[in-house]
Design a protein around this ligand. Structure first.
Ligand code: NAD
Length: 438
């Protein structure tokens, strides 16, 4: 099957490459010419484990291609995926979605008869209807279908999440189009018994936002419980274990931390809230989740200053990990940004380490000294703050770290390190949801 993917970012590149891996002929389009040129020269525009190998293999086999030419990509394509990032903020819905609508206007006249246009992006409920209207008004002949097939991948494990999904959601109302999409997902559906949910387009759009908002709520719930643990002398790790082993709850996303970030949860929860408000429905839990998470991210700087005696003016703080989660270079809505900016406002000097996120971090942070070496980053710092639980950070040699620091102060906002071992070698330790935390 020939497939076109419009938007070659984290979602488009992973999806397109994996569709090619399943034997399809895929052309990925992006308006960013540098990105396309890089891919054609074998350079990855994003960091995503295992993806480079898959791209290389499928490009070499001629199943995967990259272009800026949307006409070339959609010509003869049975399915056209839209994977452009566009999520609304309240009050700015039209402006944000216009990127998607513009792309749809472009492809409307170019798609082959009987093609299926699939929205892979996370979009507000009802976007599929608008996309259908745009295509209808641009075409005089030929049938087409517009479907929703939301993406659920996690950056850092995106290839695995795509190839071995928990479920496939197809919001498609035409039988012929549904058949084609089920055929496309033949490998997981037939060989892996992946559950497939076939539903109305609007329901599929809603499933994506509801899932994101629920996960954001789960994280926020354990974060608030962590605060309670600190006051009560309990341990949030053990609490999470005790809760998560209950299959109705599940162990995922019960790691307390500095507040969730990334390109999905915050914006998706906001989009859901706005949809509910537009329909006169109160989603108070989602509203509270958003508010609590924002406050929490700001409060993390207070945790750091408190661990340093209340005044950080002129002190140097080493921040370990910048990206919103490990194994990605994505800095969108990363909690490290508000933390660093607040510490800077309070007079702190920031040194920061990240294995792959420095290039993107440098675009959103200023006056930060970046290091690719953990221990170099910690040199002469008055405290070290763990912000992202990269493997290299988890495996840090605490004794070597202590030697580098001016003051042995460790603030572990991910509970990534062995805080007991750190204490034993003389660190003043502050973690999340543990009795001795500040
Ligand atoms: P991204 O910014 O990495 O990629 C989007 C790409 O689209 C960019 O490369 C951009 O240049 C390109 N683009 C924009 N307008 C275009 C146009 N008119 N024609 C061709 N290309 C165009 O974004 P992403 O993280 O891949 O997210 C894409 C969508 O998927 C978003 O709606 C996002 O919410 C959703 N999503 C993301 C994730 C994730 O983990 N990143 C997971 C699930 C869903």
């Amino acid at each position: 099957m020939k497939i076109a993917v419009i938007g070659t970012g984290y979602v488009g590149l992973v999806s397109g490459t994996c569709f090619a891996e399943w034997g399809n002929r895929v052309v990925c389009v992006d308006k960013n010419a540098d990105k396309i040129a890089a891919l054609r020269h074998g350079r990855m525009p994003i960091y995503e484990p295992d993806l480079d190998e898959l791209v290389e293999r499928n490009y070499a086999a001629g199943r995967l291609d990259f272009t800026c030419d949307i006409a070339k990509a959609v010509e003869g394509a049975a399915i056209v995926f839209i994977a452009i990032a566009a999520l609304p903020h309240p009050g700015q819905e039209d402006a944000d979605l216009s990127v998607i609508y513009q792309a749809v206007r472009e492809l409307a006249a170019l798609i082959s008869p009987d093609s299926v246009v699939v929205i892979r992006s996370t979009v507000p409920v009802g976007t599929g209807d608008a996309v259908h209207r745009i295509i209808s008004s641009a075409r005089t002949a030929g049938t087409f279908a517009v479907a929703s097939n939301p993406e659920f991948l996690r950056e850092g494990v995106a290839v695995h999440d795509f190839l071995v999904p928990d479920r496939i959601v197809l919001g498609v109302e035409e039988e012929w189009a549904c058949k084609r999409l089920v055929e496309l997902y033949d490998v997981p559906i037939e060989r892996q018994n992946t559950p497939v949910i076939i539903t109305m387009r609007r329901t599929a759009e809603l499933i994506k936002h509801a899932a994101n908002a629920f996960l954001a709520t789960k994280i926020t719930f354990i974060n608030e419980l962590a605060d309670l643990c600190e006051e009560m002398g309990s341990d949030v790790g053990e609490l999470a274990l005790g809760m998560g082993l209950d299959k109705r709850i599940g162990a995922g996303l019960l790691a307390a931390g500095p507040g969730y970030g990334g390109s999905c949860f915050p914006k998706s929860a906001l989009a859901l809230l706005q949809t509910a408000q537009d329909h006169g429905v109160a989603l108070r839990i989602v509203e509270e989740t958003l508010a609590v998470n924002e406050t929490r991210k700001r409060r993390m700087a207070r945790k750091v200053t408190k661990a340093l005696g209340g005044d950080i003016d002129g002190l140097t703080i080493a921040v370990l990990g910048l990206t919103f989660r490990p194994d990605t270079d994505d800095m969108r809505d990363a909690p490290s940004v508000p933390l660093i900016e607040t510490l800077q406002r309070l007079g702190g000097r920031i040194r920061a380490y990240d294995p792959v996120g420095i290039e993107n971090a440098a675009k959103v942070l200023s006056s930060v000294d970046f290091y690719e070496d953990l221990y170099e980053c910690a040199k002469n710092a008055d405290a070290v703050v763990v912000m992202t639980e990269w493997d290299a950070i988890r495996k840090i040699d605490l004794a070597q770290l202590k030697q580098k620091l001016r003051q042995p102060v460790l603030i572990d906002l991910r509970n990534a390190l062995d805080t007991e071992a750190a204490r034993q070698i003389g660190f003043h330790v502050c973690a999340i949801g543990k009795s001795a935390s500040t």
